[in-house]
Design a protein around this ligand. Sequence first.
Ligand code: NAD
Length: 461
Amino acid sequence: MSTLLSHVSVAPHAGRAILDAASQEVIGYAPEHTVDDLNTAVAAARAAQPAWAAHSDGERCRILTAVADDIDVHAEELGRLITREQGKPGGLGEANGAAHFLRAACDTVLEAAPLADGAELRYVPLGVVASIGPWNFPVMIAVWHIAPALRMGNAVVIKPSEHTPLSVLALIDIFNRHLPPGVLTAISGDREVGAALSSHADLDKIIFTGSTATGRKIVESSARNLARLTLELGGNDAGIVLPGANVADIADRLFWGAFMNTGQVCAALKRVYVHDSVYDDLVDALAERARTTPMGPGLEPGNKLGPVQNAEQFEIVARLVDDARARGARVVAGGEPAAELGPLFYRTTIVADIDNDADLVQQEQFGPALPLVRYSDVETALELANGTDQGLGASVWGPDEEEAMRVADRLEAGTVWINRHGGLHPQVPFGGTKSSGYGLEFGVEGLKAMAATKVIRRPAG
Ligand code: NAD
């Protein structure tokens, strides 16, 4: 058993059994906290926050940098736990990324801004921030929430996904070796505990990453506590491959834009509109990669793709692919479970000649299946790409960057990548439009999202 987990592994049946995503063996047991535990955590955060805010910014950053160093020390162990619990090959990369983003939150400069008439705009702590997260990048996204909140002098109560609590609890344990008591508390529980947290009366801010359906519920409950919201919700990112695109040049990047983390990425490429002139070549190139990219348990060296993290998501992927096939789409690679690898492995799937109104195109699959829709004029591709209510990311692929930029300008999304898809930078703001949410993370904008503004007016001169 991992030493990082010593505090969360309790006797069997005394907590929620957490499974290894690949083998479905029990890894450990996560506490099932109650609403009383939640109330205690929020009260402790409220009590601890003023003293935390009274530290200088430099002192808070010194402590957070020590946490980042400690994450580095435990990165191998934390990475193994992420891989077992979440399923991804490359759990170590997520642990390293978490330390990187934590340091970056401290490297970002946010200063008071002078205003007209001698006034000054300052950024002050909000108070108590609730963080609610998903299961696809549990540790990385936890740091995306916690790091700017703590940097700005807030206290945090975090509720990880019920599918992946152990790695987040281990992360919080590392933080709490350095933080004063009460400043950061993890509450482990299911969606009811999430609902109790988001509707808690004594919150100043909720940062939520998860599905659009849950995001809507959080908006409703925030009518009561008036907590400010950052909502990073679902995506159904479109890519447009323009006429003349060099298939050999783009195929790898396009494949990984769709299948990184086995497709379980909010801003993964989830539907691709491909010009007639390159359609067949691109379908072949992606199908070849789908068939040959190694899939298997993440801890086994060489595997690049892992299982779907949980049975509910596996069912969604299988249902969407089966529906596409039943509607006459051509499954060129995959299209079925890879049961020989484990119960939640689904073969990397490329679906061609699919109608734009198929569910696999219109709904978020969040797994290893990519539909490619054929088009013959760019206006139509733009209309179809903008035709869903999601607006997280999008991408344009083509040889002429100026032309790609013109198409990018017209795509409705929070981020549009050119000749790549995905890839985040801690100083480049990230967030959605439309039903993919609102508010920004990262960089100066991410710090501002964790602060209240205060204007100081000097006496009139
Ligand atoms: P989910 O909405 O089912 O759950 C997310 C979290 O919300 C969990 O911790 C859950 O317990 C909690 N929760 C559930 N019901 C709640 C309620 N009524 N009130 C408060 N909390 C509640 O999402 P998921 O399945 O864990 O994650 C997958 C989704 O997250 C996908 O749609 C994906 O696109 C999205 N996502 C978005 C981003 C982004 O940055 N935009 C990043 C990662 C994932």
